[in-house]
Write a protein that binds this ligand. Structure first.
Ligand code: HBI
Ligand code: FE
Length: 276
């Protein structure tokens, strides 16, 4: 894999914000808890505003995780959160300077460690930011990692993603993560539609759109369809996949012939999310 030194240079050249010069070989850093009053204020503003929505629109597993971890009144201490998370699901979190290369990212997931960016967006960026920051990683991803079955899926994804990509399934593998961990919806039997994906949980506008808008295109989860369907990076998704349970996600990932799916579809034209 790429060395920390080479990656640090690449990120600096691309104008990425994190400081990669202080990384360990696994791309983690120490969370220095030295946030300014202004940063604490941005964190509270983001959490206050978003919590009003998540109360109504987030799946129970997310809300239960959030109350168990207590992430909202100040920027979380990663060690405290890891201690609580370990007891709930065997996961922990580690601090990273921002995006890290795919292989170390997968290695962390395979070991039930979620990499959380150690810097926060500014007051001018409350609504939109290109790179994942601490609010996206933490407020979006971490609460639902307290759900053991979703945690199992994320661990297995980390274990298998490298091999699936090596089969030529880079995009197909990424779509699976995108439409579940980032933009997944959930409708359990007899329950209203809810959201759990981190891209939704950390977005003020898209969370409301995905769950409540008559214009949102909600499609039953099917792992092969997910892997064949393209996605949007900086616009609202044109389809959201709806799971009936986390067990269905874990079992589909565990029991499907993912290599076979990739071989069958990798050189075919992908599906358009607007028309699936
Ligand atoms: N690094 N910190 C961080 N967060 C991510 O979500 C992430 C990453 N590196 C690679 C990566 N995601 C992609 O490979 C995804 O497709 C999984
Ligand atoms: Fe994310």
């Amino acid at each position: 894999g790429i060395s920390v030194q080479d990656y640090a240079q690449e990120c600096a050249a691309q104008g990425l914000r994190g400081d990669y010069t202080v990384c360990r070989p696994d791309f983690t850093v120490e969370q220095k808890y030295d946030y300014s009053a202004a940063e604490q204020e941005v964190w509270r503003t983001l959490c206050d505003r978003q919590t009003k929505l998540t109360q109504r629109l987030a799946h129970k597993s997310y809300l239960d995780g959030m109350s168990a971890l207590g992430l909202v009144d100040r920027i979380p201490d990663f060690h405290d959160v890891s201690e609580k998370l370990r007891k709930l699901s065997g996961w922990e979190i580690v601090a990273v300077p921002g995006l890290i290369p795919a292989q170390p990212f997968f290695d962390h997931l395979a070991n039930r460690r979620f990499p959380v960016t150690n810097w926060l967006r500014t007051r001018e960026e409350l609504d939109y930011i290109v790179e994942p920051d601490m609010f996206h990683d933490f407020f979006g991803h971490v609460p639902v990692l307290s759900q053991p079955v979703f945690g199992d899926f994320m661990q297995m994804y980390g274990e298998k993603a490298g091999d699936l990509i090596a089969l030529g399934g880079d995009e197909m593998t990424t779509r699976l993560y995108w439409y579940t961990a980032e933009y997944g919806l959930m409708r359990e039997a007899g329950q209203p539609l809810k959201a759990f994906g981190a891209g939704l949980m950390s977005s003020f506008t898209e969370l409301q759109f995905a769950v409540e808008s008559p214009d949102a295109h909600q499609v039953p989860f099917d792992i092969e369809t997910v892997m064949r369907t393209t996605y949007e990076i900086d616009k609202f998704q044109r389809a959201y996949f709806v799971l009936p349970s986390f067990d269905v996600l874990r079992d589909a990932f565990q029991n499907s012939d993912l290599a076979g799916i990739i071989k069958r579809w990798k050189d075919e034209p992908p599906l358009d999310p607007a028309t699936i």
